[in-house]
Design a protein around this ligand. Structure first.
Ligand code: PGA
Ligand code: ZN
Length: 434
């Protein structure tokens, strides 16, 4: 008989992909151990759950020893003996123990490390793949077929993630015309490497240095120049832009919003001008998804753009909604955006993140499961994207192990599922699965 009761919880600090400390948590039941590591953002939304850092001198203020102690001294006491299959109850217990709206007492990083490890250990003890366990706790049903996600590969980095002048943070290629996930990620890798050659030839070797998410960070300052070079790479590989590949951007516009103006491409645009700018890009390029197009407080501008584009275009809410159901509800009511970016550490517990995804789907919003710019070897979000059948994941470029780990995990899942692995033909494919 398997014993599902939590026997031991042990957190520690480890390094993330930027070399900053983050929380890792081990969980033991029935002599099995599972562990989870928490990611960390750079262009964070103001209303994200609080990532608890020590301040002071160690790691230049970024140490997480308080969050680690909160797991080892406080959380552990209230969770020992609980059944790991009770994800909601366990998360609820931690939220009560924290007692704040934004998890500022224990730290979202402390709580999430345990929350993710709980799901992994439950799956392990049930002898079930993590994605399938996540599917069951999300939808209370078991599926034969699963929707694998379109990999939204960020192959050109700007904004806070790169040392260049590009205002737009992420330029992504989406291999929408592939017939499977493995073909999709191969297509993306091929275009990535062609792009490397083009950038090197055009701008010199320093143009192929990479940013935080593994995409190239050439010293460009104009978004159209970035989009043009990506289109060139897609075509040089023999693909047709708009057919095998569509494009997506994460503007992360709060980061280039200053004193009521958006500083982009050497211009200072007001909200109406920026909106026209996006509409022009949509006309000129097969650009089908724009994330955080305006400052995170400007629900009105999100709403205006959402209503101006046809419904094949995604307007993705990240910093504006921060995976928080209360804020997401506001965005839904105002029609500010039509897709949710789902980041587990923005809200700080798995059950709350799942609830956000479910609320999004219920209201006809798409869901893109997302990594953070500071990542680790943990592949949790790969299983989450498959378990939710979200149909989209963004995990950076097909380069750097912190990014590829997630894509690689989906390759394994695809192999395991065989015929039961389905690949999306559009953003709305989740409708048949959720
Ligand atoms: P972040 O970037 O992890 O630095 O917030 C990712 C994003 O904005 O989507
Ligand atoms: Zn974003």
């Amino acid at each position: 008989m398997t014993d599902f009761k939590i026997e031991k919880i042990q957190a520690r600090w480890v390094l993330d992909s930027r070399g900053n400390p983050t929380v890792e948590c081990d969980l033991i039941a029935d002599k099995r151990l599972e562990r989870a590591i928490v990611p960390s953002g750079a262009s964070t939304g103001e209303l994200e759950a609080l990532e608890l850092r020590d301040g002071g001198d160690k790691f230049l203020g970024k140490h997480v020893s308080k969050a680690v102690s909160n797991v080892n001294d406080k959380i552990v006491k209230s969770l020992i003996g609980m059944d790991v299959r009770e994800q909601n109850l366990i998360d609820k217990k931690m939220l009560e123990l924290d007692g704040t709206d934004n998890k500022s007492n224990l730290g979202a990083n402390a709580i999430l490390s345990v929350s993710l490890a709980v799901a992994k250990l439950a799956a392990r003890l049930k002898n079930e793949p993590l994605f399938s366990h996540l599917h069951q706790i999300s939808y209370e049903k078991k599926n034969e077929d699963y929707l694998l996600p379109i990999p939204c590969c960020n192959i050109l980095n700007g904004g806070e993630h790169a040392g260049n002048e590009l205002a737009i943070q992420e330029f992504m290629i989406l291999p929408i015309g592939a017939d499977s996930f493995s073909t999709a990620i191969r297509y993306a890798s091929e275009v990535y490497h062609i792009l490397k050659g083009i950038l090197s030839k055009k701008y010199g070797k320093s143009a192929i240095n990479v940013g935080d998410e593994g995409g190239f960070a050439p010293n460009l300052s104009n978004s159209r120049e970035a989009l043009d070079v990506i289109i060139e790479a897609i075509e040089e590989r023999g693909f047709t832009p708009g057919k095998e590949f569509i494009l997506a951007m994460d503007a992360a516009a709060s980061e280039f919003y200053e004193n009521g103006k958006y500083l982009i491409d050497g211009n200072q645009l007001n909200e109406a001008e920026l909106l026209e700018y996006y509409l022009d890009l949509i006309k000129e390029y097969p650009l089908k998804s724009i994330e955080d197009p305006f400052d995170e407080k400007d629900f009105g501008a999100f709403s205006e753009l959402t209503n101006k584009v046809d419904n094949s275009i995604q307007i993705v809410d990240d910093d504006i909604t921060v995976t928080n159901i209360n804020i997401l509800q506001k965005a839904i009511n105002l029609e500010a955006g039509n897709a949710l970016l789902l980041k587990v550490n923005q809200i700080g517990s798995l059950s709350e993140a799942i609830n956000a995804a479910k609320m999004a789907f219920k209201n006809d919003f798409n869901v893109m499961v997302s990594h953070r710019s500071g990542e680790t070897e943990d592949t949790f979000i790969a299983d989450l994207a498959v378990g939710l059948c979200s149909g989209q994941i963004k995990s950076g470029a097909p380069c750097r192990s912190d990014r590829c780990a997630k894509y690689n995990q989906i390759l394994r899942i695809e192999e395991l599922l065989g015929e039961n692995a389905k690949y999306p033909s559009d953003f709305k494919s989740w409708k048949k699965f959720v």
